[in-house]
Design a protein around this ligand. Structure first.
Ligand SMILES: *Cc1c(COP(=O)(O)O)cnc(C)c1O
Length: 396
């Protein structure tokens, strides 16, 4: 029922005690001024985490998936054309959502394990002289394959083609953990949820809209009610919500942004990079390879690890849960059974990461894989001994 072990899934992530306590609140009247004292600092904190001066932040009782729907339904109309690439389960699901909303999706297929093909985006955008494409979709960090993509390169592609399409970025598994620059990269809608980089329970869809995306909402005719940002903006203007907010989660979000900003975003990113590098050193020592096709594509929040041909990687996840009470992530979609995933985002330290590596080793040895106990742990230890330059670790 309950374990003291950390989880190693790429969301929901481990919760610092201080955030668990912040979420646990007595009932509060969300129409009282007290609520504004929670809401407005949370909105301001999110804006800073997104590195935006101009974005309007909206927070719905939902999850990241609801954030996708907020992006689409507030800015587009039935039959609007969007450009997207499919290179993993999350980019696939976003495309599926667009299709189910009656959008016309121009899909670029890319191998799972590769990043977003920005050069192909540029070709398609350049060819679209009449500017029929209204929005360009990017999954910044493909959580299924452990691959990060270059959002700035997509912005350059849009600019090179002098194309006015909106740029939507799914940052669900990158925001608050990996470098993310809403304004600098010219992102029009940024999407995330509460249960990944923000280290909270699931339950909030968190989105940022640029002024250009805000302007697009007036003309958009896709049906929307629950996720209508005009209603939400109206609520905020009166210090409240158009319906009942998830007050405890918002209180947690307020504190979460304070923790991230007081650790310093660059330190948070460096910590994730360091922890991820140790895990990558372990994978190498095991003689295994990552699903990510090259080093520069490796995500700092999740590693998808390929198991040898003929071995069912899902067994690793099942055995780890059964015998050691530790959660790893299964392979999804096209890579189901071929990879297992170690999530390493949120509230995590080098020391916690070592326990995950050690557990994965025990599991693989139990299942007869040719992995020497201690090999990955030693590789990660060597990395962490040299790389730990700061005592600042996951908050509280
Ligand atoms: C987790 C995740 C989602 C889905 O978010 P939910 O909160 O589960 O709806 C979307 N995109 C990416 C990249 C994710 O990692």
């Amino acid at each position: 029922m309950y374990s003291q072990n950390p989880v190693f899934i790429p969301g929901p992530t481990n919760m610092p005690e201080i955030l668990r306590k912040a979420v646990d609140m007595p009932t509060l009247d969300h129409r009282s001024p007290l609520f504004g004292q929670i809401l407005h600092p949370a909105l301001a904190g999110v804006k800073k985490v997104l590195k935006s001066e101009n974005a309007e932040i909206f927070i719905f009782p939902s999850t990241g998936t609801g954030g996708w729907e907020t992006a689409i339904s507030n800015t587009l109309s039935p039959g609007s054309q969007v450009l997207a690439a499919r290179y993993g389960m999350f980019s696939h699901r976003w495309i599926d959502m667009c299709e189910r909303h009656g959008l016309e999706v121009e899909i670029i297929e890319a191998p799972w394990g590769s990043g977003l093909p920005a050069d192909r985006y540029e070709e398609v955008l350049t060819a679209d002289k009449s500017h029929r494409i209204r929005a360009v979709l990017v999954t910044h960090n493909e959580t299924a394959t452990g691959v990060k993509s270059d959002v700035a390169a997509v912005r350059r592609a849009l600019d090179a083609a002098q194309h006015p399409a909106l740029l939507f970025v799914d940052g669900v598994s990158s925001i608050g953990s990996m470098d993310f620059r809403m304004d600098e990269w010219g992102i029009d809608v940024a999407v995330t949820g509460s249960q990944k980089g923000f280290m909270l329970p699931a339950g909030l869809a968190i989105v940022g809209f640029s002024p250009k995306a805000m302007a697009a909402t007036a003309k958009a005719t896709l049906p929307r009610t629950f996720f209508d940002i005009r209603d939400m903006a109206g609520g905020y203007a009166n210090g409240g919500y158009p319906y009942t907010p998830a007050v405890g989660l918002l209180n947690g979000l307020k504190l979460s942004t304070e923790l991230l900003l007081s650790e310093g975003l660059e330190s948070v990113f460096a910590r994730h990079h360091r922890i991820a590098s140790g895990i990558r050193a372990a994978v190498k020592a095991w003689g295994l390879r990552l699903c990510a096709h090259s080093e520069n594509l490796c995500s700092d929040t999740v590693s998808a690890i390929c198991t040898p041909e003929g071995f069912n990687a899902t067994e690793i996840v099942a055995h780890a849960a059964r015998k050691y009470d530790v959660a790893f992530g299964v392979g999804l979609g096209e890579v189901a059974g071929r990879v297992f995933r170690i999530g390493h985002l949120g509230s995590l330290t080098d020391v916690m990461a070592l326990s995950g590596i050690a557990t994965a080793e025990m599991v693989m040895a139990d299942l007869g894989l040719d992995v020497r106990l201690g090999s990955g742990v030693a590789a990660a230890q060597n990395y962490y001994r040299g790389a730990t330059t700061s005592k600042i670790q996951a908050a509280a």
